[in-house]
Ligand binder design. Structure first.
Ligand code: ADP
Length: 258
């Protein structure tokens, strides 16, 4: 599969001297759904900030579509990748949900903003709240509004940072249903191992700023020694089973997300 995203032996040291990436290499192909797993401080966020061109490697290269990200082309390449941060309240700041979703495409100078907003809100089941203030929505709705804001820019690659944090089980299921229908290449940064199992065929385990395991999620999560070694734990009674990808879709929700 041709690579859409690549990191080749990337190291990164923060200005205070903390070495966050210690030679990270990874390849992600178009339309893959990949989980980035790892303990706190492993380097997941730092890696994502490199993929988005927010941070520049100390050494090594990051490529999107076979093009090395440089200071010159970053503005253009950045439109390929959309990041949904963990806290939706960091992302929502306009007076209405519709205006918030329009902000990104407007900022990029894209066409057909009204259609993009309509489509993105429909995808996340929030058309009916387009005129409401984002902070009057539930937490689950705010997370979906933040996702809509990124989807409206139609990025090729979507990165979701801890998408299930603070969600109740119903909101979590609604989000699963939404993500499973998206066609973009998706990277899910998470501690929620069952969620990675549900949505991602493939997982990468990050520790000490490197990729320490790369393989089918079912296999990685069945490897107790590997998980324990990297401070990853499955919830009580959860046993990853090999489920064919075609049947891993969740059943449709009983009602449309509200
Ligand atoms: P993760 O997302 O896996 O929790 P991070 O990428 O946030 O890991 O952090 C990797 C390492 O870099 C950790 O040691 C963390 O303390 C350090 N780090 C993260 N951000 C900064 C920063 N702005 N300045 C200095 N060190 C940082």
């Amino acid at each position: 599969m041709p690579a859409l995203l690549e990191m080749n032996d990337v190291t990164y040291t923060y200005p205070d001297g903390t070495r966050a990436l210690g030679g990270m290499s990874l390849t992600i192909g178009a339309n893959e759904r990949v989980a980035l797993l790892g303990p706190n401080g492993a380097g997941k966020t730092t890696a994502v900030l490199h993929l988005a061109g927010v941070l520049t490697p100390s050494t090594g290269v990051v490529k999107i579509n076979d093009t090395i990200i440089t200071k010159k082309n970053i503005a253009q390449l950045r439109s390929h990748i959309g990041i949904v941060f963990q806290d939706p309240d960091d992302q929502l700041f306009m007076p209405t949900v519709g205006e918030d979703v329009a902000f990104g495409p407007h900022n990029l100078g894209l066409d057909n903003i009204a259609e993009r907003v309509e489509q993105a809100l429909a995808t996340v089941g929030l058309r009916h709240v387009a005129d409401r203030h984002p902070h009057h929505l539930s937490y689950g709705q705010r997370r979906r509004a933040a996702i809509a804001g990124v989807l409206a820019m139609e990025p090729k690659i979507l990165v979701l940072d801890e998408p299930t944090s603070n969600l109740d089980p119903a909101s979590r299921r609604e989000l699963t249903d939404i993500i499973s229908k998206l066609t973009a290449t998706i990277i899910i940064v998470t501690h929620d191992l069952p969620y990675a199992h549900q949505l991602c065929e493939r997982s990468l385990i990050v520790d000490s700023g490197r990729i320490v395991a790369d393989g089918p999620t079912t296999e990685l999560l069945a490897n107790d020694a590997l998980l324990a070694h990297h401070r990853l734990e499955l919830p009580y009674l959860f046993a990853p089973r090999a489920v064919p990808a075609a049947t891993r879709q969740l059943p449709r929700p009983r009602s449309q997300p509200t």
